[in-house]
Design a protein around this ligand. Sequence first.
Ligand SMILES: [Zn+2]
Ligand SMILES: [Zn+2]
Ligand SMILES: [Zn+2]
Length: 522
Amino acid sequence: MISHSKKIMIHGMEADRSGLVAHPKRSLAGKFFTSLVPPSLDRTESSLRQQWKLSGSLKVLPMEKDNIILFEFEKKRDKKEVVKGGPWNVDGTILVLKKCSQDISMVDLDFSVACFKVKVIGLPKFNYTEDDVEKIAKKLSDKPLISYKYNEFTRLFCVRVEIDLKKPLPPGFYINGNGRGPPFVQFKYKNLGEFCEHCGMINHRICGEAAKMRPLTRKFKTRVYGPWLRCDHKVLACNGLPVKFYYSQPKPFVDMGLTYEETVTYAQFMVVVQVDLVYKSEQEWGGKKLVRSLLVSGDNDCFRFSCFPTQVIKDVLAFEIDRISPLAKLTSEDKTSIVLGLVAGLMKQRKTWSKKRWIPCKVRVEKTVMVPPVDMEVMLEEAKDKKLHKTIDINIVKMVGFPLGKSDDVLRKTIRDAIRGVGQTQFPDSYVESWVRLVKRPKYYSRLILEKDCHKCVKVLGPDMDMFGTCCICQEGFFLGDYATITSCSHVFHSSCITDWINKSTKCPLCRVQLEVYTLMI
Ligand SMILES: [Zn+2]
Ligand SMILES: [Zn+2]
Ligand SMILES: [Zn+2]
């Protein structure tokens, strides 16, 4: 028994002289596609182990011929995941992996074709639908489409295709224009690694050729190849432009019919923070300058804190600012300047601290982010598209009203009219059908509501803020004027949090007791 397993082990260590692999089902043949010196075997092994996160063991075996490397996986599942997650690169150099077979020698495998996952960004929804996926894949490769994902509502395509590495990477394609210039649909590649930003080839870094250009608008040209071809290209991490900071003091809760301030036991601040991003691009061509910008308003977030001795305020603010989500994308310098701005704002109204118990303030933070003109064009098209779809969504919801009891044909007609009502005349049937399906889901026309006799809903007053502690659903505290629900099992949640919760599970998130609910048609 021992000698038998040992024999298999030795046999599995390498492909035989003819290049046939002993365990094709557990092996992949790999080769770097580069005209430069490929990474060393040690580096390859350590880098891939880190990237692959395998559950079983891995053998990395160099072949004598052609710089081919054999990867033998202990678990077939690991191999499957690696194939699905590709392409992979080691220090930027692409590693082409091929499935082995019992009959074909490794040296006969074609290592100049690799499977890529490509996101297609900037497609207008109504001109392209799921039926067009083959047409889009054709823009990437002559080879058949392997698989794709499509989301009807975000109209985002992600396609998996084999791409010929002997040619420059396809950067995207133009679609029919709308006056301003030809809109460009951008391809973004997953795990792309290094490529030549002049000619778009994958097998070398920057070459002597002039950078390839394409029209950006009627008057301007732009570079075709750059970091925007990567899926993980982050426009946010790019620059040290300072944040702009606006401090204001909103009216305290006037509409509540109760002087909430009086219910607070000690002076507290409530800071509402809104982060807006201004994307900006600058492009020069033929002595002219093209500047474009796009404002993307972020969500509000807020925190409260007590009136500490002045010197502590800075530290407390720094801690809170660091914690709140809309600020996560900002640099630490940005956050420091927000803290300093806030402290200066609060110090100005120091005199009122002693009189007031509850001090609300609002900060708007504006961060300018420079993006390449190529990304900007796509972002502008997308923003326009998003705006149109928001109007359409609102109109459909308004016109469909309560969908129960209406036939599919009636719904179809209503949805069509709603889309036409905002001036959109061309749209695919599949879009209308997905809306029909959506409005017929119970989630669309009904909600579960807590039985009022069993659970108590209260407006949060000063002393409650500390008594209630934190809401375990959202991990936030209870603010003055919030609505809180005390369930029949005596647990406290934000009313909005527990309402969302019971529509997923009708049990108390803390003690798993069945909560009393009823269905409300909306
Ligand atoms: Zn080149
Ligand atoms: Zn909550
Ligand atoms: Zn409970």
